[in-house]
Design a protein around this ligand. Sequence first.
Ligand SMILES: *Cc1c(COP(=O)(O)O)cnc(C)c1O
Length: 340
Amino acid sequence: MTKELDWSNLAFGYIPTDYNVRCRFADGKWGPIEVSQSEYIDMHIAATCLHYGQEVFEGLKAFRGADGKIRVFRLEENARRIRQSAIGIKMEPVPEEIFAEMVKKVVKLNERFVPPYGSGASLYIRPIEIGMSAQIGVHPSSEYLFMILVTPVGPYFKEGFRPTNICIMREFDRVAPKGTGRWKVGGNYAASMEAGEKAHELGYSAVLYLDPKEKKYIDECGPANFFAVKDGVYITPASESILPSVTNNSLMTLAEDMGIKVERRHIPVEELAEIQEAAACGTAAVASPVAEIHDLDLDVKYIVAKDGEPGPVTTSLYNRLRAIQLGEEPDTHGWNTIID
Ligand SMILES: *Cc1c(COP(=O)(O)O)cnc(C)c1O
């Protein structure tokens, strides 16, 4: 059956796999890890996730390496982050050991869906936790379901690693200044959909959000972090309303390994006129290079990729990270978990 999958042409969509794994929190404790073949959840119509958005999630990937082994990238970081997200919206945090065990289990069980080396495709891993208690009063649930589904996804850059245009629109914020931006909660995505769709209609790949308090500094780039290269320095926003991206963190480490200076600081919008490279970064694409940034309200265009090509720093960081994920280069930071 998997022979029929055209790995290199898979979309970032949902393709059913054989199993998902689940774990329930009730009566003050986490239960056993369950393996399920169902794609559905049986839940109460008054569950808190449905009414009050008690939902947090993660996204990470498994890759088939050059040596045929399956590697999952930095799962400990996602285990830590989903706990922070859960605590942030008063949900029961999943113990990191349970998270790790479930990731390994669900990948192993769906091994035949891990795309072959060289296809550019990977197995996307989606952990999600939801509040399950039936209640109408607004207070945290006492029961939770944590589950992980996996689905194979195609290469992000089907037409090659090419820069795209993004835009700044001041009429929308994804998150509040001291709100939920630092956590991976579904509600942030709901709040970003209108702006995202509007940007797509106008031909942009994403919205470059400004900080929601002063609208002076660069914040996030759609559902991804933003970095730029200015005079050889890797700069990325320091902000309490952005999600700490595992990819951004990894790229910063690789940049330092390569002798590139890294600055995490406020980046005023006007500074976009002085950068030579920019990219959105996250698990889906690793780094998605930016060609131009159009400030729609001020009618200013920042031409980042002057020749329309991805810049040298972005390209080498992208290649380094991909090579580590695929086992082509030594994993000197111990980022990969091999599934055997
Ligand atoms: C998931 C996510 C990212 C990217 O994080 P990675 O760990 O690199 O995948 C960035 N911003 C937001 C808002 C996100 O939800």
